[in-house]
Ligand binder design. Sequence first.
Ligand SMILES: [Zn+2]
Ligand SMILES: [Zn+2]
Length: 373
Amino acid sequence: MDEYTEPKHRVNQQLSCSNCGAILKFAPGTHAIACTYCGTHNQIEQKSEEIVSEAIQEIDFHSFLKHNKDRGLKIEVKTVKCPGCGAVSSLKPNVTSDECAFCGTSLVLDSASISTLIKPKALLPFGLDHKRAIEVFNGWMSSLWFAPNNLTRIARQNEALKGMYIPYWTYDSSTYSTYSGERGDNYTETESYTDSDGNSQTRTVVKTRWFYVSGNVQNNFDDVLVVASNSLPREYAQNLEPWDLEKLVPYDEKFLSGFQTEAYQIELEKGFDYAQEIMEKEVRDSVRRDIGGDQQRIHSVHTDYDDITFKHILLPIWISSYKYNDKIYRFLINARTGEVQGERPYSWIKITLAVLAVVAAIFAYLYFSGNLK
Ligand SMILES: [Zn+2]
Ligand SMILES: [Zn+2]
């Protein structure tokens, strides 16, 4: 029981600068933590090959759920829940006030609590630094047509972009599916008809002959990615893919220093439901290929999921959210690839003025060219 009496959420001593005592933050694009005050750089130790391969090793899904009291795989983190959108994120060390990265609501840090969570095994460290992310953000902003003027002002605030580690599950499984359906083979036939002038004509039509079929297909899935956050709309998260998962490094809190980390809100089991949706689509594609022919109808598919394993990982994004006319808009950057996803408001005043200007130009043209008297 002793192991739980010691708070595990205090700042790791290795994270304070040996030179000036300030907090060392992970320097994106490097493998080091750095002091923003005196510039001291400390390399994050490279892990041995065994540790690396252990970290990217998947865990058996069913036996984990059965014995999920297993303490070795859990961590305690100090988290705060956003009163606005419900996102649960970790606190940056020494931060006394902060805003929710997902909706911009002020976080009440007094309400922080300790959550016990499945420990992430691996993560992708930030590749793009804050400066580069701001450039990408500004580039995107200035490309917007008909955006409200004060939007660019909101976006120009330095704190507008936050670095965030987002929780993900990845699942592996081999599937065996039995199906029944119909295969359609096309053929052509010449038929005669009478045209509108009363003459008899012939034409070629395509017809389909249907046969009942049944069979089975096998698929192997590797690293089916499911975002374990409710704060990030699923489609945006998917549009940030692909991730260079082959570059995953073992979890080390040094990589998290200077960033916020969101705690997962979608549990391991629920996450697998989403993974199944993704896998089912691919299974149906395999079934169609297996049926062959020119057209396919699928009546039923039954899939067994075997050898299910999972990993809990963290992936880095830069995120900005701003409220405009009571609606939340988000801007996201994949902090590995620079892939951008953004929502934007339109200024109806600007659009109306532009439309009026075009209408006025047309009238002016007609007037001066003498077509309008
Ligand atoms: Zn220092
Ligand atoms: Zn929020």
